[in-house]
Design a protein around this ligand. Structure first.
Ligand SMILES: NC(=O)c1ccc[n+]([C@@H]2O[C@H](COP(=O)([O-])OP(=O)(O)OC[C@H]3O[C@@H](n4cnc5c(N)ncnc54)[C@H](OP(=O)(O)O)[C@@H]3O)[C@@H](O)[C@H]2O)c1
Length: 317
């Protein structure tokens, strides 16, 4: 079935922005909800509707999804106040919101829901993040809708918070005390995540399916940091922190103002390897790009034109 009118919640973010671009290129009618129009300012040149809304308000949410053929949810947080089983912030954003989105879709006759979760989502997982993501998926499973869930490993791309951070830290500091250096990840390119989502948007067989998304290579965290150092030509000395010191470091970050660089909950998430359980599903239609082909383009600050040329080449355009 063809879905033309797409309503996206969380469309101004990292993955959302790439997805919005991909949908616009396909000629879809796209609207995004944002808490503040300013947060979506980088999308203003696109032919989309940017709607300021409080998506936790059932009336505003219902109005936002009304008339859409498909709703896509990309809202998430990496940090929240601690609590059992996962504290109020994770509960609100990862569980309550998907529950409300399902209710709004059912109430307004929207039949398709795409929900971006995360690899490792598990109601019995080791972290508040993984447990709340797992319960959010359960809310989607219970929906009387053609839902599809995506579970990416960590995502890399020009605006990522991962490789850019490792490069920044090595530009700034000669030494990096690294928590969980052996934690495993299978980073996936943001363009491939967007492509996978659009490829199954209209696929009836994708209803009721959960798709893991990962790149071609599994890396240990320490290898990723070293790789970023190699790309920018500036290696910091990595000090592998034992768990007790890693937790102390995370607690210190949590007590400082602003978002912590890393939290104790992030450490808990990394206790489970963030790698795919099997090969990518063929219907996703992606041959995932490697970090080595993409990351040097943005980590080294190549010119904007050559960056876009390279991204177009990998996107096949
Ligand atoms: N990036 C990764 O490496 C990665 C890895 C695995 C899974 N994922 C999953 O992929 C999805 C998208 O991730 P992302 O990296 O693109 O996230 P992001 O850049 O942080 O964007 C999240 C979006 O959610 C909205 N949002 C955040 N808090 C909100 C709140 N309290 N109420 C309403 N809206 C809120 C924001 O929209 P406004 O500011 O416009 O309101 C923002 O555009 C998430 O489900 C995430 O868990 C990401």
């Amino acid at each position: 079935m063809r879905h033309q009118a797409i309503a996206i919640i969380g469309g101004s973010g990292f993955i959302g922005s790439h997805l919005v671009n991909a949908l616009v290129e396909m000629g879809k009618d796209v609207r995004i909800a944002t808490r503040r129009r300013y947060n979506a300012r980088h999308l203003t040149l696109l032919p989309i509707d940017v709607i300021e809304a409080d998506v936790f308000d059932p009336v505003q949410l219902a109005r936002f999804v009304e008339g859409a053929d498909c709703v896509i949810n990309l809202v998430a947080t990496l940090h929240g106040k601690r609590g059992t089983p996962y504290g109020a912030d994770f509960a609100r954003i990862h569980v309550e919101l998907p529950t409300r989105i399902v209710a709004a879709c059912e109430g307004k006759g929207v039949h398709r829901l795409l929900h971006v979760s995360a690899l490792g989502a598990d109601s019995h997982g080791p972290s508040m993040y993984s447990r709340s993501k797992g319960d959010g998926e359960k809310a989607v499973h219970a929906a009387n809708l053609a839902w599809t869930i995506f579970r990416p490993s960590v995502v890399f791309g020009p605006e990522d918070q991962l490789l850019n951070k490792f490069a920044f830290l090595q530009r700034m500091f000669p030494v990096i005390p690294l928590a969980m250096p052996d934690a495993k990840f299978q980073p996936v390119y943001v363009g491939d995540v967007a492509k996978a989502i659009v490829n199954v948007l209209d696929l009836d067989a994708a209803g009721g399916r959960t798709y893991e998304l990962g790149g071609p290579t599994v890396y240990a965290l320490e290898d990723l940091v070293e790789y970023c150092g190699t790309v920018i030509g500036k290696h910091a000395r990595i000090i592998r922190l034992p768990e007790s010191l890693a937790r102390l470091q995370a607690l210190t970050f949590e007590m400082a103002p602003g978002e912590p660089v890393i939290s104790r909950d992030n450490l808990d998430s990394m206790k489970v390897d963030n790698v795919l359980s099997g090969p990518l599903a063929p219907e996703l239609g992606i041959e995932p790009a490697s970090i080595e082909t993409i990351a040097p383009i943005y980590l080294t600050g190549a010119s904007t034109r050559s960056r876009f040329d390279a991204f177009r080449a990998t996107a096949g355009r």
